[in-house]
Design a protein around this ligand. Structure first.
Ligand SMILES: [Fe+2]
Ligand SMILES: [Fe+2]
Length: 198
């Protein structure tokens, strides 16, 4: 049944999603800073890269509210408190939240938008839900590497790329220091996990 947007649940869900994406962006930016402090530059990059994508999601949801410009929307919502010094736990917490968005929250918001007749909004919820799944998988992959102490080492020969200067090294372990730019081991990532490189 078509519903007036001003009286819809969808406009509330869009505001909830805007709040959720905005918070995720901040949480990942804070997490990136924590990773940086621990010389885990590759994890810093993973969080920053994902934070920027959350900003884009926020903007997409926010722009769907354009016709209510000048109004205030009151909503309630549940948002996570994910504070720890343990970077691998931050990755697991992020993974958990991403899967929750994918598995339940955005799918329910999408169904509601469809039911209320806002098909473009429904499409954004469904498509962004799929991106959140990819985010969850990404965080999970790096959490697992950290938990297994494999972020910079492998059981087999790998190609590693320095995220600072682009030097590519082949070996079981990432070099302690980049021989070209002298940046720390923390800048190395498996070549096949580096975007643009495979
Ligand atoms: Fe997102
Ligand atoms: Fe996400």
């Amino acid at each position: 049944m078509a519903v007036d947007f001003k009286n819809s649940e969808t406009k509330d869900n869009l505001m909830r999603a805007f709040a959720g994406e905005s918070q995720a962006r901040n949480r990942y930016t804070f997490a990136a800073a924590q990773a940086k402090k621990k010389n885990l530059h590759v994890i810093e990059a993973v969080f920053t890269y994902t934070a920027n994508q959350e900003k884009e999601h926020a903007e997409i949801f926010y722009n769907h509210l354009k016709e209510l410009s000048g109004e205030t929307i009151h909503v309630d919502g549940g948002y996570p408190v994910d504070i720890t010094d343990d970077v691998s736990k931050l990755l697991r917490m992020a993974q958990h939240n991403e899967y929750e968005e994918h598995d339940s929250v955005y799918k329910a918001f999408g169904e509601k938008a469809k039911e209320e007749g806002f098909l473009q909004v429904a499409n954004s919820f469904f498509m962004i839900a799929e991106i959140e799944k990819a985010h969850g998988d990404r965080f999970g992959r790096f959490a697992e590497l950290m938990e297994q102490n494999k972020l910079f080492s492998s059981d087999k020969k790998e190609r590693w790329i320095c995220l600072n200067c682009g030097y590519i090294y082949e070996g079981e372990n990432a070099p302690e220091k980049c021989p070209v730019c002298a940046h720390d081991k923390g800048y190395f990532i498996r070549l096949d996990q580096s975007h643009f490189e495979n």
